[in-house]
Design a protein around this ligand. Structure first.
Ligand SMILES: [Zn+2]
Length: 419
């Protein structure tokens, strides 16, 4: 993370020092709001004139606003209070999955402004058409009435696969993608090719959403498990996202639990995903409806999940057994993860949520049985409350937080180069 002191090193341009200071003031207002200019100056160590000039700059960029209230300090004059400007800007997060596309727009506080959810068949569509669909969804989300008058600071895309730092999806077996330069392709298709974009793994962005906005928000050792056709995870350890040497950390879906088990989309046998992924669950829960065989289209997957849950509610033995069996495999897989990274909470997301009443008891039992530490090392398993848009939301929130840290360029002052 860049800090104020870094700006003092040789060869750093004045604009870089100013940008670094703008980010510092922005972070300070985020932490202290509502706060006066004097409070910003004393918290940052900047003198009052400089702090006021930086605040004016941030206001022109739509990042900070005056709340209309004044502070009442014990000594000195009252000052106008400042807060983050939640009215001027937005970030858009999109998740492309095997059977759906979700989009979430958030304000500077990370609060949801607009959402979209469409069923797609991304695998059949192929990468080119899927990227066009992402661009189209960004365009439609940006034109939602809730976003009227707002400038977009960035777009994030979540994918169920491995992503390299350049935004290329190196491997996404369930989408059938290999080496798809998603970020470059998307940038070329957006109305504003200068708009910052990022691409990340859906589990990684999902765990960030849970950490910021989920029921277990603030848990530093947190795991989010995606419950889709594929199964993946995002892992926070001590508040830090584990990416691994090449971005492949958290791929619990491909833990081999049964070498003689069913074939997985990755080409191996008996992976957790092949034993407990949504496709496997619905095939066993509603075999008559799922008889058409895979791959199913987007609306079909959602319909099969709904039918499975409905049958389980009716007490149908096959549906209940399918979920309990998947839960047992899932618990066994999570035990492997718990033994290695020791999470405090594992949050199950996606389609695992509606199946929770039948999955959870067997997940918890298998986790306790197969974890080395007593009581599963204190690891709880809970259901997500963020819905199918968790990764999209996590990506959008990551974009607005990236403004504070310099990982995303600050928007130009209104009336300047920005749109
Ligand atoms: Zn696999």
């Amino acid at each position: 993370m860049r800090t104020e002191t870094e700006g003092r090193s040789n060869g750093v341009s004045v604009s870089t020092v100013r940008e670094t200071n703008l980010q510092l003031v922005l972070r300070t207002v985020r932490e202290l709001a509502p706060c006066s200019r004097s409070a910003v100056a004393s918290a940052t160590g900047l003198n009052k004139t400089t702090a006021s000039s930086l605040v004016a700059d941030l206001m022109a960029r739509g990042l900070v606003r005056e709340t209309g209230e004044t502070s009442r300090p014990r000594v000195g004059r009252p000052g106008v209070l400042l807060a983050l400007d939640e009215t001027s800007l937005t970030a858009i997060g999109v998740e492309i999955n095997v059977d759906y596309l979700s989009a979430v727009a958030v304000d500077l506080l990370g609060r949801e402004l607009a959402t979209r959810h469409v069923h797609v068949d991304a695998r059949a569509a192929g990468p080119e058409a899927s990227v066009r669909l992402v661009a189209e969804t960004v365009r439609e989300t940006a034109s939602a009435p809730e976003l009227a008058g707002r400038r977009i600071v960035g777009v994030s895309v979540a994918v169920p696969g491995l992503v390299d730092p350049s935004g290329t999806v190196t491997l996404a077996p369930n989408l059938g993608w290999r080496d798809v330069p998603l970020r470059d392709r998307l940038t070329a298709l957006l109305d504003d090719p200068g708009l910052p974009t990022q691409v990340d793994n859906d589990g990684n962005l999902g765990v960030m959403a849970e950490f910021r906005d989920g029921a277990c928000a603030g848990t530093p050792d947190l795991v989010y498990v995606t419950g889709e056709i594929g199964v993946g995870a995002g892992v926070l350890s001590g508040g830090t996202l584990l990416r691994g040497a090449s971005g492949a950390a958290g791929e619990i879906g491909h833990l081999c639990l049964d070498p003689d088990g069913p074939e997985c989309a990755c080409g191996r046998r008996g992976c957790l995903e092949a034993l407990a992924g949504i496709g496997t669950i619905v095939a066993a829960a509603v075999p008559d409806l799922a008889a058409g065989g895979r791959p199913w289209t987007g609306p079909e997957v959602a319909g099969l999940v709904e039918a499975s849950v409905w049958r389980a509610q009716e007490g149908d033995a096959a549906a209940v057994a399918a979920m309990e069996r998947a839960g047992a495999w899932l618990g066994r897989g999570l035990a492997g993860l718990a033994n290695v990274v020791g999470p405090g909470v594992v949050v199950l997301g996606g389609y695992f949520v509606p199946m929770g009443p039948w999955l959870l008891p067997s997940v918890r039992a298998a986790l306790a049985e197969h974890t080395f530490a007593p009581d599963a090392g204190g690891c709880r398993v809970e259901l997500s409350e963020l819905g199918l848009g968790a990764a999209a939301r996590g990506g959008a929130a990551a974009m607005v937080h990236a403004l504070d840290t310099g990982r995303l360029p600050l928007p130009e002052p209104a009336g300047g180069q920005g749109k």
